[in-house]
Design a protein around this ligand. Sequence first.
Ligand SMILES: Cc1cc2nc3c(=O)[nH]c(=O)nc-3n(C[C@H](O)[C@H](O)[C@H](O)COP(=O)(O)OP(=O)(O)OC[C@H]3O[C@@H](n4cnc5c(N)ncnc54)[C@H](O)[C@@H]3O)c2cc1C
Length: 331
Amino acid sequence: MQFDVVIIGAGPSGLFSAFQAGMLGMKSAIIDSLEAVGGQCSALYPEKPIYDIPAYPEIISQNLVDKLYQQAAPFSPQYFLSQQVVELESCSDFFKLKTSAQNEIQAKVVVIAAGAGSFGPNRPPLENIETYEGKSVFYLVTNRENFAGKNIVIAGGGDSALDWAISLSEIADVSIVHRRNKFRAAPATVQKIYELEALGKIRMVTNYQLDGLIGKDGILEEVIVADLDGNKKPLKADILLPFFGLAQNLGPILDFGLNINNHHIKVNYPYFETNIKGIYAVGDVATYEGKLKLILTSFAESASALHHAYSRVFDGKALHFEYSTTKGIKR
Ligand SMILES: Cc1cc2nc3c(=O)[nH]c(=O)nc-3n(C[C@H](O)[C@H](O)[C@H](O)COP(=O)(O)OP(=O)(O)OC[C@H]3O[C@@H](n4cnc5c(N)ncnc54)[C@H](O)[C@@H]3O)c2cc1C
């Protein structure tokens, strides 16, 4: 668990930082709270075309992420996914990081590429919901066959809620709970939902919201829903899938002793170093005068930060600058 560089965040800035670290001969680790790399590009708009990436007149957001991942691959960065960095401690000439999965990682340099913070699901405010999470309550579906034959309550009115309702109605008993009777999903999806309701394949519980969970030892039996006047009713449920979108929160990073300005980390230009020597911040999370929050800006920030970090990683050795064309890459 000892690295030259540890990168917090596997969005576009984190992935490009791993590439830059590799080009400079540094061994890197990347940590992300999401289970996949890509940050906002993969979590929020994977299918949208991006038009302002140099040399790509148009590129689908997820394709950009895939290419950044491939670009870093020759240097074998070690990925620690599905875990949040919860503690950072400065030691004499290295940093110690702890993650929510109890991993302890040490590195000489830290690059914070945390965007607007860790992604996590928007949890409905239901008493004891955490005791059901991972057993009966899930915020994403990794394998729909796990839910075959179950009574499933899906909560939410957006694309994820309705897409999964359509898919799961083929193999399970599905109810959709939504606090309005209008949905925010694509019109074709909404139409399909009404067709499935007419065929008796989906139960619509609209103008209701989640109110409580009934069950034992994390095994759900009923979901209680309430209308706007507070009238409650139970829905038979083995599984609850709340789809209320993803929230981003800087969370523990606010306690690392860094200069924070309005949920961003202040860095010096042009090295992107924070007030703590050896900790850099790049991408959306970094702020300085004239900052442009764009992916292309973050690439240059990563390159500058890692070139600056070189002498710290290699115990004072001066960097002999070389182009990538000169250096090449061993595959
Ligand atoms: C709809 C939409 C369209 C956009 N279109 C464009 C565009 O056309 N062109 C453009 O240049 N930009 C665009 N952007 C902005 C672009 O996506 C961001 O600038 C970019 O994603 C920032 O990259 P990042 O790596 O700095 O942060 P992010 O992509 O936010 O990634 C940060 C990662 O860090 C992780 N993280 C944070 N804290 C922790 C922690 N403590 N522990 C573990 N992991 C942590 C998060 O889970 C996240 O995965 C768009 C954004 C949106 C929402």
